[in-house]
Design a protein around this ligand. Structure first.
Ligand code: SF4
Ligand code: SF4
Length: 88
């Protein structure tokens, strides 16, 4: 498996809590969220999307935006955790 490069100038601060939640009742398993996620954070398992990694999430919200079923609940990670960007 190819190791993904780390985004330059970023650091991951753990203990985020589950800031992305996907409702299995609403998810149709279309896979759109998997396609748009460049962090490889979401996979389809048993026909439903699940979050498999928070630590590569850049908190872009694209998964939430693209989901036509409103199955994704996105909130920012709790204060001081999640992606920390050194520049900009
Ligand atoms: S975009 Fe929404 S409906 Fe489609 S797989 Fe992801 S969570 Fe499920
Ligand atoms: S917020 Fe962006 S990086 Fe994080 S899981 Fe959603 S699409 Fe992927």
């Amino acid at each position: 498996m190819v190791k993904k490069p780390k985004l330059p100038g970023t650091e991951w601060v753990p203990d985020t809590g589950d800031f992305i939640k996907i409702s299995p009742d609403l998810c149709s398993g279309c896979g759109d969220c998997v396609v748009v996620c460049f962090g490889d954070c979401i996979k389809i398992r048993g026909g439903k999307a699940i979050v498999v990694a928070y630590e590569t999430c850049c908190e872009c919200g694209a998964c939430w935006f693209i989901c036509s079923e409103n199955a994704i609940e996105f909130s920012w990670p709790k204060g001081g955790t999640g992606i920390k960007i050194e520049y900009g």
